[in-house]
Design a protein around this ligand. Structure first.
Ligand code: PMP
Length: 342
């Protein structure tokens, strides 16, 4: 049931959670690769309300929807999500008094399912036979057609997803780089909905024309380069079987690809060697940033994001021994230290 107490006339209810979303630290991480020193910068998104970057998108979409009166106190928030978005809408929706229903593929980690259920949301698990990610989106749309008072955030198609990063993450990165005495040369981010890479990319390019903006995807499932799903991968949160409508590849530089096993090894190394307990996509993003930094030279300022922490992957291969392959970069990388600014 909705809790109307979250609503005060004239006050956007999302102001109650503003202090818990965004304004995350920026890390400068120094390393060597093959003995050659380098550094990259990463937004530490685990410090958001529910521990992932998706809180930014969820909070912004809800704020915008209240302002336009598209979202009312009684509405059920219904979204298709591979996990973090579901957790964000379940928590923030709950904080604002909304019932929440999440459609998600049934092969996502147990931690994600339990976290969403813990916020009191209804979870509908969608099997591969029922269509997986694409099926989840279709089922959410059908639910909205069949029921009254449903709000669909539509994260894969909603321009507010981009705006959350264009108005939030991007300006934060620019301000925090200044604290390190730097300006961006490149931004790299794994593409789930693409909100991060499109939004941060647009802001940084407006303020610093010429900034390179690279989308990243798993080498074992090159959706961006093929236009459709071609393989399986373990980097939860990115490469969801199709190219979202808010992703405009013609605005972006080359796609960077990272093996999922390499991403797992890198995330493990960030945790074990310098105490940064990050998720698998963070390992992938770090490797992507290191690759672009190698291309641009030792003084380049390459920025990425660490979308979440390792907590949702305790039952996954992130916490198992991962075999090493010749093409991986992680074994050549030694992490040294990090500095952080807020
Ligand atoms: N990593 C993780 C762990 C995520 O949950 C997401 C969001 N799907 C991403 C990366 C990609 O972010 P975006 O949706 O903004 O492309």
């Amino acid at each position: 049931m909705a809790r109307p107490s979250a609503f005060r006339p004239g006050l956007n209810p999302t102001t109650a959670i503003h202090a818990l979303v965004g304004n995350t630290p920026l890390l400068q991480i120094s390393y060597t690769i093959g003995g050659v020193p380098g550094r990259v910068f990463a937004k530490y998104e685990a410090m958001n309300m529910t521990g992932s970057t998706k809180d930014r998108m969820a909070a912004y979409i809800l704020r915008h929807a209240y302002e336009r009166r598209e979202l009312t106190a009684a509405a059920t928030i219904v979204e298709a999500s591979s996990g973090n978005t579901g957790i964000s809408f379940a928590a923030i929706g709950r904080a604002l008094g909304h019932p929440v229903r999440i459609f998600m593929p049934d092969w996502m980690s147990e931690e994600r399912k339990k976290l969403i259920a813990g916020f009191g949301a209804d979870i509908v698990l969608v099997s591969k036979e029922e269509g997986g990610f694409v099926g989840s989106v279709e089922l959410a749309e059908r639910f909205a057609r069949d029921h009254d008072h449903v709000f669909l955030p539509r994260q894969f198609d909603n321009e507010c997803n981009i705006a959350a990063h264009e108005l939030g993450t991007g300006p934060e990165i620019d301000r925090q780089l200044t604290m390190f005495g730097r300006a961006p040369d490149a931004f790299v981010a794994g593409v789930g909905t693409g909100g991060t890479v499109m939004g941060v990319g647009r802001f940084l390019r407006r303020v610093h024309p010429g900034t390179r903006v690279h989308p990243l995807e798993p080498a074992n499932s090159p959706t961006l380069r093929t236009g459709h799903k071609v393989g399986k991968h373990r980097i939860q949160g990115i490469s969801d079987e199709f190219i979202p409508s808010i992703v405009h590849l013609d605005e972006l530089d080359d796609v960077v690809d990272v093996w999922d096993g390499d991403a797992i090894l890198m995330a493990q190394k960030l945790c074990r060697d310098i105490g940064l307990a990050v998720g698998i996509s963070s390992g992938a993003n770090f490797l992507g940033a290191v690759r672009i930094a190698e291309q641009l030279g030792p003084e380049a300022t390459v920025v990425t994001v660490f979308p979440d922490s390792n907590k949702k992957y305790l039952s996954t291969d992130l916490c198992q021994t991962e075999p090493v392959h010749d093409e991986y970069s992680t074994p050549r990388i030694e992490l040294e230290a990090f500095k952080a600014v807020r």
